[in-house]
Design a protein around this ligand. Structure first.
Ligand code: PHI
Ligand code: ZN
Ligand code: CA
Length: 498
């Protein structure tokens, strides 16, 4: 209850420095994709074509050998793969579908490209390039053990060159519910053209030419790809979202899509040479020709585009909720109102927790642990030192919802508890984690029958067992059992990922 507080000399720990605020929404750090690895896949696809009559076309042995090459690498990396057969033109065609275990399958991001060539040549740019870049991104997912929020599914399509046959067979094989689970599709078809342009599928129809905009969400995919190119200072232009590759059956079913294209038979203009270098003339003079070989690749374009694919997969699949290690997941120094709310079943009749600039009393520190504001039990001084302390039961204040990423998570905070010798072990300050209907105490300091001066201390708790959950922090104090003078405060709450 309210009683004058007389304290012995107590060293006060004041003025802990506040760490500079970090951006809260952090993007997952995508790995750099080694272009040498992508090139090595292209060399293998070239060898497969050379050993099989010079192509990797639908119904020819070079196609199935290409599927086997990709499938073996994915199986060894931990993917769940499936070879889906379909029939076209009297020949069996194959799609290779590879699921990365984990993530929300109701929110699946697909990444694909066609693995078949025309019969005229080995199809190294069209579309060994997209096939190899996607393969190396899939292998990077496995190498880094990327565990995104969304489920990831990669696909290598058959018989694109005969009219999007494989991708159409796949989409047609899905039930309505299965289609609904695919919430985005990224397509990469020709990403290493020898005289490259950097075209992004114009999913938002900002160019206003040809086909209209794609399904809602296509604009976000385009914007994510664009963000990568702007980060490396490479200008991009739109290419009409006309369905001239395997994203066609996806957008026809309302699935948002996007992708990169470095150009086929079209010709680079003088203005585009200014933009990207190269020469006026075809983006790919070997398009659908026997000369679409391992030498028909611009390595810089292949490198940039492989990294752009990784960036886009990482950022779209993880919603920005998995920060790189060693960073702040969430923090509050209480200098601004972040939406903490009072508990709804509190029994305290005074001294309830609030975010405030605290008044100094002998039982309450007038300084926050950093800045001006903290969470404190009854901020005003009142008529006596013990006024506005916690009385009559418990007081609780709850943080806004915090979505925790996977990983090793640590909660750090500043705190104090003060009381007189009329306190007991029934009194406390606590921090608890509320996850669904479960509340777990991660920090507790009980009172005792002795004087305890208010002095900022730092505390920490391991929150790793809540990784991946959406939680609220509950800061609580109690004056329970017999009435005592109890005050508490908390400041500088921070959750970091190791
Ligand atoms: N799908 C075509 C080439 C192409 C790729 C055209 C991408 C447009 C776009 I956007 C082919 O395989 O020949
Ligand atoms: Zn083609
Ligand atoms: Ca503060």
């Amino acid at each position: 209850m309210r009683a004058p507080l007389v304290l012995g000399a107590a060293a006060l720990i004041l003025g802990l420095a506040t760490a500079p605020a970090q951006a809260e929404a952090q993007l997952a750090a995508a790995p750099d994709i080694p272009v040498a690895n992508v090139k090595a896949h292209l060399t293998q696809l070239q060898s497969i074509a050379t050993a099989n009559g010079g192509n990797r076309a639908h119904g020819r042995p070079g196609y199935l050998a290409s599927v086997t090459y990709v499938k073996n690498l994915l199986d060894a990396a931990g993917y769940t793969t499936r070879q889906q057969s379909f029939t076209y033109n009297g020949a069996t065609g194959y799609n290779l579908i590879a699921d990365w275990p984990g993530g929300d399958t109701a929110d699946t991001l697909m990444v694909g490209g066609h693995l078949d060539s025309v019969t005229a040549g080995p199809g190294i740019n069209d579309n060994g390039s997209g096939s190899a870049a996607n393969l190396e991104v899939a292998l990077a997912v496995a190498r880094t053990n990327f565990q995104p929020d969304r489920h990831l599914r990669f696909a290598w399509w058959g018989a694109e060159e005969l009219g999007l046959r494989g991708s159409t067979a796949y989409v047609n094989s899905l039930t309505t519910a299965q289609k609904r689970e695919i919430t985005g599709y990224l397509n990469f078809d020709m990403v290493g053209s020898p005289n490259p342009g950097y075209f992004l599928y114009d999913g938002d129809n900002s160019d206003g030419t040809g086909a209209g905009p794609g399904p809602a969400g296509s604009a976000q995919i385009e914007a994510t790809l664009a963000a990568y190119f702007s980060s490396i200072g490479v200008p991009t232009r739109g290419t009409d979202f006309d369905g001239r590759s395997d994203y066609g059956p996806f957008i026809a079913n309302g699935i948002p899509a996007g992708g990169i294209f470095t150009g086929a038979e079209g010709r680079k203009t003088a203005a585009q040479v200014q933009l990207w270098g190269g020469t006026t003339g075809a983006f790919d003079p070997c398009y659908h020709a026997s000369c679409d070989t391992i030498t028909n690749i611009n390595d810089t374009a292949l490198d940039r585009n492989s990294d752009a694919i990784a960036y886009t997969v990482w950022n779209l699949a993880d919603g920005g909720t998995t920060p790189p290690t060693g960073t702040t997941v969430w923090e509050d120094d209480f200098e601004t109102a972040k939406g903490w709310t009072a508990g709804t079943s509190d029994t305290a009749t005074s001294g309830r927790f609030e975010r405030a600039d605290p008044a100094a009393t002998t039982s309450q520190l007038g300084n926050a642990a950093g800045g001006t504001y903290d969470l404190v039990t009854g901020a005003t001084a009142g008529s006596s030192a013990g006024a506005n302390d916690v009385d009559g039961g418990t007081t609780t204040i709850l943080s806004p919802s915090i979505t925790l990423p996977t990983g090793t998570l640590t909660l750090n905070f500043s705190w104090y508890l003060s009381h007189l010798s009329n306190s007991s072990s029934a009194d406390y300050v606590r921090i608890r984690v509320v996850s669904g209907s479960t509340t777990t105490t991660v920090f507790s300091q009980a009172g005792a029958a002795s004087d305890r001066a208010p002095a900022w201390a730092t505390g920490s708790a391991n929150l790793s067992s809540f990784a991946g959950q959406t939680i609220r922090l509950s800061v609580e104090a109690a004056d329970a059992s017999t009435a005592s003078l109890v005050e508490a405060a908390v400041d500088n709450v921070k959750i970091t990922k190791a």
